[in-house]
Design a protein around this ligand. Structure first.
Ligand code: MN
Ligand code: MN
Length: 328
């Protein structure tokens, strides 16, 4: 029986209690008996257009109380296989990116060293650099599945090296990623120049626009992702602006013509079998949200992350070799 479980919503209604992700226990003392920890990074000092993603973690937690433990699409009761907590939020320093990186890296490193998979709620996309730094120390160069309308591979914005548009270029420069195991999906919208997406390809990334995704199809894209990132440790970074603003209006730099909620969920569900060592869901901006449309979708995507962790654990338990039977 897992030690850390959501509250039983047959005993107390889901709207009761202090908001944690999915009604999980709030535990700040991370311990090796946790499979995952939900960790908020409420920082938005890297946003280049609208600001306010610092309120993303609380909005996602608020919407997540609707989630139920049986994933009907993946046919698994998550907490039959894994146990986890809501750690709360990393300490951040508003307006100071590099100080925030240092502080969040400590928390993320602690989780990774204990064998806990961090599932991060952002915050804007600049925070992913701190996560990759921490996980790289534990796992070495990482593969990356990156869903986003933007490739976030600029060299600088306003002559600054750290913000939500430069994350993955910095990650390559710092040796955190294995570019041969990086795939970006969903890019779209007007650019500054014809070569903007080629800059990501020149870093060694495989890049698919939303139009490519439509042409190739969702099932085939899942196969392309697996072929690209396996084998080895992989990080999954999901920028909510990957989804069309009709389904996810609450975000900082929306681009029209994206995928639907259902398509986004299906893509994530297809990624079973990849050994993810960390996840994040970034760029939810509640002040532009309506009726929790964006935060509810974000909560459900994070729920699919937890399901992938549960499936991985289930598959490991099935595959564990039986103890050898002594010969008579
Ligand atoms: Mn992004
Ligand atoms: Mn984006």
């Amino acid at each position: 029986m897992p030690k850390y479980l959501p509250r039983d919503s047959f005993v107390t209604p889901r709207f009761c209690g202090v908001r944690t992700f999915m009604r999980l226990p709030h535990v700040e003392d991370l311990a090796p008996d946790m499979d995952f920890a939900i960790i908020g990074i409420p920082f938005d000092g890297g946003q280049s257009y609208r600001s306010g993603a610092r309120f993303g973690p609380e909005a996602i937690r608020d919407a997540s109380i609707l989630l139920r433990p049986f994933n009907a699409e993946q046919k698994i009761t998550i907490f039959d296989y894994i146990s986890g907590v809501d750690y709360g939020d990393c300490p951040v320093v508003p307006g100071y990116i590099e100080e925030t990186y240092k502080k969040t890296e400590i928390t993320l490193r602690l989780a990774a060293d204990l064998g806990i998979i961090p599932v991060v709620l952002g915050g804007d996309h600049c925070i992913t650099l701190a996560e990759l730094r921490a996980l790289h120390q534990c796992h070495g160069p990482l593969g990356l599945v990156h869903f986003d309308a933007h490739s976030d591979t600029w060299d600088a914005y306003f002559e600054q090296k750290y913000n939500h548009g430069t994350t993955f270029r910095r990650a390559v420069e710092e040796g955190l990623l294995d570019p041969a195991r990086v795939i970006q999906v969903g890019m779209r919208g007007p650019l500054y120049g014809a070569d903007d997406l080629n800059a990501a390809r020149e870093l060694g990334f495989e890049v698919y626009t939303t139009s490519d995704l439509r042409r190739i199809g969702f099932k085939n894209m899942v196969e392309k992702i697996k072929a690209r990132v396996l084998p080895g440790p992989v990080f999954l970074s999901f920028d909510i602006d990957f989804v069309d603003p009709a389904f996810a209006p609450g975000t900082g730099t929306p681009e029209v013509g994206g995928v639907t909620s259902w398509e986004a969920l299906e893509l994530v569900r297809g990624l079973r079998g990849i050994p993810f060592v960390g996840f994040d869901l970034v760029e939810v901006l509640p002040s532009y949200d309506h009726a929790q449309v964006t935060s509810l979708l974000a909560a459900n995507i994070v729920y699919e992350f937890l399901t992938l962790i549960a499936i991985a654990k289930q598959e490991r338990s099935v595959c564990t070799p039986c103890p050898s039977i002594p010969s008579a």
